[in-house]
Write a protein that binds this ligand. Sequence first.
Ligand code: ADP
Length: 432
Amino acid sequence: MNEQKILRNQLFKFIKSNLLNLIIVFLLFGLFMIFLVRRITFSSANMELRENVRLIKKNLRNLESLEIVKEQEEVNEFQEYGILSSINNPKILCLIRDEDGEILSTNASYLSNSAFEDFDFDDEEIDKPYNVLINEDYLYKGITIDISDVTKTTTGYIQVLINIDFEEEMTKIYERIVISSIIFGIGVSVIASIIISRKSLSPVAEMLKKQEEFVQNVSHELRTPLTIIQAKQELLLSDPNAKIVDKLEDISVSLNETKRMTKLTKDLMTLSRGDSKQLEINKEEVEIDQFIENIGKTYKEIITLQEKELILDLNYQKIASIDTNKIYQVIVILLDNAMKYTEPGDKITIRTYLKDGKCVIEMADTGIGINDEAMKHVFERFYRAENSRSRETGGSGLGLSIADMIISKHGGTIKVSHNNPKGTIFTIRLPR
Ligand code: ADP
């Protein structure tokens, strides 16, 4: 399994456990909300019920001597004495039952006793709230008072009920809202985690891909010179009596490839020092025009030998704070490229000027140029444009990435653009 797959699996596991935690949190939160709403919604019904139970008990105590019997007259008498007279809440229903649980009377004269016939009455449940469904449609919360507990002289029960259809309906609506919100929340979290994980995975995957490519490029770049050196040395060994002068070409090819490897390893070291933030920038104040002129002097001869022209157009006329060794390396990389990718008769121009408070150094050539697609990649490690002759010219595609790294360590930028009518311009902008 390659690294990307391992990474994807790890991430998938991570998302799964995160989602699970999230779902648990959502569910607990939802359950807590439902519990809370139930308590709040039913609390006023509970209070009303208990208040009425208290009132009835008080009335009963006042009528302690009264006897409750089944006869209608007596019941009316019972009512007359005002046991239920204090009940003025239309939501409250009171049923007076005899000791066998038979209904004697209710405070709801509009309802016949038969309306309550098929609902269970449990004379064991005294003074505790319970829910009861009347006529299979109406939900009531009830508390039963055992009259004998209160009056001592009289037997029977008073069942006090409060209608909680509205509260039940409200909590159901609320439960539906909470459940849909939880489902919606979980759905959104799943989608969000997928999007976020994809987004966070892609730069890591990209980095791993680049790392893999980098290792492949390094081995490829090292393999080529090593193969050449090995072949040339085998050739030398196959003819032990030959004189050095006869084998000059083989020896010089081996030497060139060794030099190429040395440069490659040096470049790789520079890049790796830059990556691990070990590349130190030691700035000093330098007269930029003078600095460029000195480099120009060193290269003028060789450029003229190549039948090309080096033009210096130096107008910065100020001091800038730079690491001279590192910026020298950058100018040499650019100048080297300009020489590699130009033909005899071409011009190489180095310009300096001040723009927007920045020190600008331009390296322009009238050479083969770089196409638009390649321009997007020239600063990438090991990138060589297709039409490039860099292999012949000893390039490994690391020069511009080193230049880019050095300039950004100075807090500046380096950009590439087309020169008119042909060729390339590299523009460096450095803070002063
Ligand atoms: P190399 O060592 O191969 O030159 P660089 O990183 O310096 O590597 O450059 C990357 C690629 O950019 C080169 O291979 C070449 O294709 C292109 N390039 C760089 N400078 C120029 C230039 N002045 N003109 C045309 N192409 C260039």
